[in-house]
Write a protein that binds this ligand. Sequence first.
Ligand code: ADP
Ligand code: MG
Length: 303
Amino acid sequence: MSIKVVNLLKNYGAQKAVNNISFSVDKGEIVGFLGPNGAGKSTTMKMITGYIACDGGEVEVCNEKVSTDTLQTKRKIGYLPEANPLYFDMYVREYLEFVAGIHQVKNSKTAIEETIATVGLTLEANKKIGQLSKGYKQRVGLAAALIHNPEVLILDEPTSGLDPNQIVEIREVIKKLGKDKTVLFSSHILQEVQAICDRVIIINRGNIVADDTLSNLQKGKDNEHIVLIQFKEKVALETLKQLARIDDIIDVDGSSYKIHTTHPESIRKQLIELSLKNNLNIVSLQSESNSLEAIFKSLTAAK
Ligand code: ADP
Ligand code: MG
């Protein structure tokens, strides 16, 4: 187990920022830590990395207790804090040398060059950090988190404030890092998590409200999907009603239909066969699963 959080607790005065949460992340997993602003993501991450103490519970990183083995565990953790504090007057390579020095990285020259290549900073490595775009500043933050080759990466909202192209680029870097590291990254954006990882832990008001794979979450309670079909021509409802495994069918306008089913693949195949047999033209064919957005909203709605 790379990260194990048990009954973790943090209060700020009367406010319970993190309320007795437990979860774990296996070696090599990329897990999204999702929740609205103020949910307790950053506070949890600060406790995992040992930057703040908890008021109760325990965190283990690579099977060592963070509370008793802070230095030992910090060596195994790369942390990109939410604000990504950087020295704007330093050059990229100079800053990474400085960070490598703090971590006492052996063969630091090689480590720095490898890290620069990994995060895609090669062309910017001789610039001052202050001259870089926000996306490249974020790469510098990632490089600083990676320089000592940690087993576990904790990334707090790594794409927040970036433009759409930069977001895609940083996601690609994170996916690449996830190939040989354990990654826990936070986000308040659902699509983000969908684009990067399979499993998601959803936190709301300091409590874990879901911990599952995206596909399981999408299956929902009754595992029902909706297949939307639009033909170029009018098609009789009776013709479509002959298909197997339809739970319900709604006639939208005589050529578009909404089909409720627990077997969307089968329905799609049958629709294609039907259109070939009857010489019909399909304009569009889509299936919708339980929307993740709806699930996220229902799990994190103010109560
Ligand atoms: P997230 O990262 O999910 O947006 P945080 O972990 O930053 O959430 O915050 C969780 C809650 O704890 C919020 O209500 C926030 O206002 C509160 N909080 C965070 N840091 C402090 C602090 N240093 N002092 C007081 N309250 C804090
Ligand atoms: Mg935060």
